[in-house]
Ligand binder design. Structure first.
Ligand code: ATP
Ligand code: MG
Length: 338
C-alpha cells in the first residue's frame, strides 16, 4: 500500500487483524520478514542504527492507546521527554513544549501530573509529546478507544481541525468503522493480516470488494461519517459577477437554469440569480440574491440534511476561503442513505 504525503490514512480491522503489527513496521519497532518500507524514497529497512535513530527522532512519532505517560513527571516534563533524550537545546525545548501544549489545548495544565487529568486530557498529552518532536509522520495506534463516546467524538473533531493546520501525514488505527470513515481521507481494511480493501470512504460504499466488506460497513451511519466533500457534485453551471445581463439571460435559458450561483474572479461565492427575476430585469442592479446558507467541505452530511427540502435546490459547498467547490441537493443525500 502507499500513503500520500499529508493525508489522514486510517487502518481499520477487527482485533487481531494485524493493525498494530503493520503500523509498527512504519517505525521499525517490527522488522518485516520481507518487503520494503519506503519513506520519502528511502527503504527504512536499510537504515543503520544511527540513521534509524535519526528517523525516529525527526521523521515519525507515535501516539499510544495507553497514553504511556510517566506518572512522576508533570505535563511539561512528559511532553518534553523525547526532546530531553535527544539532548535538544533547553530554550528550543521550552519553545517546542509550550507550542505543542497549546496546540492540543492544555495550556494552564503544565505543572499538573497525569493522575490529575481525565482520559481525554491524558491522550492530549500523548499527542503533544508526539508533536513536540515535529515529526512529518504521526502514527496513532487506537488513540481514542479507551475514551468515552462523547469525549471520543470531541477528540475526533479536534484531530480533524488540527489536521487543517499542522499538515502532517497521519496514520491512524482504529477498530471502529464509524471512526475510520469519519476521519479517513483513505482507509485500509485489514482481515487476518491482509488488506481486504483500500480506498476513500465513498469507494467502500460504491464498490465493496466482497461480502466481508459489505458486512463490515453495514452499521456505518453514512450521514455521520461522510462529509460534504465526499458527497458533493462538481459545479456545472456558474457565472462570474461581471457577466452582462444579455449574456446571463442567454446562459440561463440555454441551460434551462432556474437559478445560478455567482462567483468573483477568485471563484468566491457572491450570491445567486433567479431565472424568473433575470427574465424580467432590465438591469443587473440589485439582482444578485445573498446566500442564505452555505456549508464547508468538512461539514458532515447530517449537518446539511436540515437545509435540504423536496425542491431539490442545490446547496453550495465552499472551502475556508469562501470559494465555491461543489453542490449538494436532496437527491444526492437520498442516494447515499439508500
Ligand atoms: N511476527 C509475528 N509472527 C506471527 N504472528 C504475529 C507476529 N506478530 C504478531 N503476530 C500476530 O498477529 C496478530 C495480529 O496482532 P496485532 O496486534 O497486529 O492485531 P491488532 O489488529 O492490532 O489487534 P488489536 O485491535 O487487538 O490491537 C496477533 O494474533 C499476533 O499474535
Ligand atoms: Mg493493536
Amino acid at each position: 500500500m502507499s500513503i500520500e504525503e499529508g493525508e489522514l490514512f486510517v487502518i481499520v480491522g477487527l482485533s487481531g487483524s494485524g493493525k498494530s503489527t503493520l503500523i509498527r513496521c512504519l517505525n521499525r519497532l517490527n522488522v518485516p520478514t520481507f518487503g520494503e518500507v519506503v519513506v520519502d524514497g528511502e527503504n527504512i529497512l536499510d537504515y543503520n542504527e544511527e540513521e534509524l535513530r535519526d528517523y525516529r527522532r525527526k521523521k515519525v512519532a507515535m501516539v499510544f492507546q495507553s497514553f504511556a505517560l510517566l506518572s512522576h513527571r508533570n505535563i511539561t516534563d512528559n511532553v518534553g521527554l523525547g526532546l530531553e533524550i535527544q539532548g535538544l537545546d533547553e530554550t528550543e525545548q521550552q519553545v517546542r513544549i509550550e507550542e505543542s501544549i497549546k496546540t492540543v489545548g492544555l495550556d494552564g495544565w503544565e505543572t499538573s501530573f497525569p493522575h490529575e487529568l481525565s482520559g481525554g486530557m491524558r491522550q492530549r498529552v500523548g499527542l503533544a509529546r508526539a508533536l513536540a518532536n515535529q515529526p512529518d509522520i504521526l502514527l496513532m495506534d487506537e488513540p481514542y478507544s479507551a475514551l468515552d463516546p462523547l469525549i471520543r467524538r470531541d477528540m475526533q473533531d479536534e484531530l480533524l481541525g488540527l489536521e487543517d493546520y499542522i499538515s502532517k501525514t497521519i496514520v491512524f488505527i482504529t477498530h471502529d468503522m464509524n471512526e475510520a470513515f469519519k476521519l479517513g481521507d483513505r482507509i485500509a481494511l485489514l482481515k487476518d493480516g491482509e488488506v481486504v480493501q483500500i480506498g476513500d470512504p465513498m469507494s467502500f460504499f460504491d464498490n465493496p470488494a466482497n461480502d466481508y466488506v459489505i458486512d463490515f460497513i453495514r452499521d456505518v451511519d453514512k450521514t455521520k461519517v461522510l462529509t460534504a466533500a465526499q458527497v458533493m457534485r462538481k459545479v456545472k453551471y456558474k457565472v462570474k459577477e461581471d457577466i452582462s445581463l444579455v449574456d446571463l439571460k442567454s446562459y440561463m435559458s440555454e441551460n434551462e437554469l432556474e437559478f445560478v450561483y455567482v462567483v468573483d474572479d477568485q471563484n468566491k461565492l457572491q450570491g445567486f440569480y433567479l431565472a424568473e427575476e433575470v427574465d424580467q430585469a432590465s438591469s443587473l442592479k440589485g439582482l444578485v440574491r445573498p446566500i442564505e446558507k452555505s456549508f464547508f467541505r468538512r461539514n458532515f452530511v447530517q449537518e446539511i440534511i436540515s437545509m435540504v427540502d423536496e425542491s431539490d435546490i442545490d446547496i453550495p459547498i465552499v472551502d475556508v476561503n469562501g470559494r465555491l467547490r461543489g453542490l449538494i441537493n436532496g437527491s444526492d443525500i437520498l442516494k447515499i442513505m439508500k
